[in-house]
Write a protein that binds this ligand. Structure first.
Ligand code: SAM
Length: 433
């Protein structure tokens, strides 16, 4: 979602005649997009702005703008702590960025727009400056109506607002016209989408059926509460819906899940994975887990390790609990020492890495369809429909570019990626583009 917001900011500034530069040192405007989910992520803003202070001394016309969740959460305190910041834009005010930059240049004063009630979907779709040549992000839900005890997002991004299916379909059609073959629908809780009678599975079907030029349809992030039979059936019935789902679990201990207000028990979560796999046996699953949540006992942590083994994930993102302002969990003492949080982080990651290594080894010898994302000095990388990262050498008999789709035979397995070689030369598969 942050990547998509940065693409929107870049597009808005390019619309004003600005050009992207490779490094901050050559810039007249720096836009810092921020994440407030963990304290460390939020602190990165101040480190970045500290580094830009010297650039401002060399180029007094340099403007520094800050957007994203930290801008929304901390507001003008940011300027008190970092007076080099000229412009602040909240999560719903990105479209004001060019105007605020112009006003700041004209007046020499700092400017801000932090109105969370503003229309988050007001940036025209054709303004977005997509960072990938293959995958385009399309935001379909802004905000979140869940009340997870640890999460700052409802405070920074507000209540859920869904975009109309018509405007989503129009944007997807225009992206397909411009040559994108992979669409990723975005929302904090994307599968909570509802607009009138249209729920998320309905939306998926409509986008899927739009046009055959759509090779891969993806979406993120989903909440287990909105996983039901209708949702699961999409994975069986929509062939271009990629067989990959990110479904954060957060913990495997029922007492912690209840305290987190996630709305499911460990058993119920696993039952939902069972339902999904009943419809799509090869579905690749990844999840987020928080370790060191207030009151998390060794038994709770072991329950999480067990759930992770049982779920048999294709990938796992483990986070150390970080108390965030305005959340309900911040009222609880942050009682797991940092060293213990780090130990749990390490144990869980190592367990997952072992699991992934074994799983990846079983892919050796298989032929996977790879959609190329990057070609650099003869090294190509791309993703399979299951979102597995595959590296391979560029073939000598035909050109490969981002957007080429071809068959790659897997030869080597690493815990987080695979390596392979292109199968059968130029006729292996029609390498489009
Ligand atoms: N709605 C988005 C989602 O479900 O992916 C939230 C994005 S957030 C960047 C992703 C993950 O960060 C969450 O699933 C959770 O595991 C983690 N997270 C959120 N708040 C946290 C906190 N206070 N401390 C540690 N990790 C946290």
């Amino acid at each position: 979602m942050n990547v998509n917001d940065s693409e929107k900011a870049a597009g808005l500034l390019e619309g004003e005649g600005m050009e992207r530069v490779e490094s901050a040192a050559g810039a007249d405007v720096i836009f810092v997009n921020t994440c407030a989910v963990r304290e460390r992520a939020a602190e990165k803003l101040f480190h970045a702005v500290g580094r830009y202070r010297t650039l401002k001394a060399q180029n007094p016309g340099l403007k520094i703008a800050v957007g994203g969740c930290v801008a929304q959460l901390q507001g003008k305190e940011i300027m008190e702590r970092a007076p080099t910041v000229d412009v602040l834009v909240g999560t719903h005010n990105l479209r004001d960025l060019p105007r605020l930059l112009a006003e700041s240049t004209e007046s020499g004063l700092s400017q801000s727009a932090l109105d969370r009630e503003a229309d988050a979907f007001s940036i025209p779709a054709d303004t977005v400056s997509h960072s990938s040549r293959t995958r385009a992000y399309v935001t379909v839900v802004e905000g979140c109506n869940h009340v997870c005890s640890f999460c700052v997002v409802p405070r920074t991004r507000g209540k859920e607002v869904c975009r109309s299916p018509e405007s989503i379909l129009q944007e997807v059609r225009s992206l397909l016209d411009r040559g994108y073959n992979e669409i990723m629908l975005l929302g904090q809780t994307v599968n909570a989408y509802r607009f009138g009678d249209v729920d998320f599975p309905d939306l998926l079907r409509r986008v899927h059926d739009l046009d055959e030029r759509l090779w891969r349809l993806r979406f993120t992030t989903s909440h287990p509460e909105h996983v039901d039979e209708k949702f699961a059936r999409c994975f069986a019935e929509l062939p271009r819906l990629a067989p990959y789902l990110h479904l954060p679990v957060q913990s495997g201990a029922d007492a912690i899940l209840a305290d987190m207000r996630r709305g499911y028990t460990a058993r119920e979560y696993l039952q939902r994975l069972g339902l999904l796999r009943a419809y799509r046996g090869d579905l690749a699953l990844t999840a987020d887990v928080i370790v060191g949540y207030p009151g998390e006992t060794e038994e709770d942590f072991e329950a999480t390790c067990r759930l992770v083994r049982e779920a048999s994930y294709d990938g796992l993102f483990v986070f150390l609990y970080s108390p965030r302002p305005g959340t309900t969990a911040i009222r609880r003492p942050d009682d797991i020492p940092e060293a213990e949080k780090k130990r749990r982080f390490k144990v869980l990651n190592e367990q997952q890495q072992r699991q992934q290594r074994l799983r990846h080894q079983s892919y050796i010898g298989r032929v996977e369809e790879v959609l190329v994302e990057e070609v650099k000095d003869g090294d190509c990388k791309g993703r399979t429909p299951h979102f597995r990262l595959v590296h391979f050498d560029a073939p000598t008999s035909f050109d490969v570019a981002p957007g080429t789709r071809l068959d790659v035979k897997i030869t080597t397995a690493f815990p987080n990626s695979l390596r392979g070689r292109v199968e059968g030369g130029a006729n292996a598969r029609d390498p489009r583009r």
